[in-house]
Design a protein around this ligand. Sequence first.
Ligand SMILES: [Zn+2]
Length: 63
Amino acid sequence: MTPFERPDRHCPQCQHKGYMFRARKTVEADGAKHIDTKYRCRACSHDWWERIPDPKADNQSAA
Ligand SMILES: [Zn+2]
């Protein structure tokens, strides 16, 4: 079982661990669906995206 929310997520710019959720969208890349989630650092206001495989798409291909 792979958790798709990493508890140790931190800002890629200043390594601060405080962040705010900004947005989420589904994208297609390399023939598979992924979920892009946008976060904003509370310390330096840097925005960044994190991409994970869509867990729903995995369930569909396995069924
Ligand atoms: Zn930061």
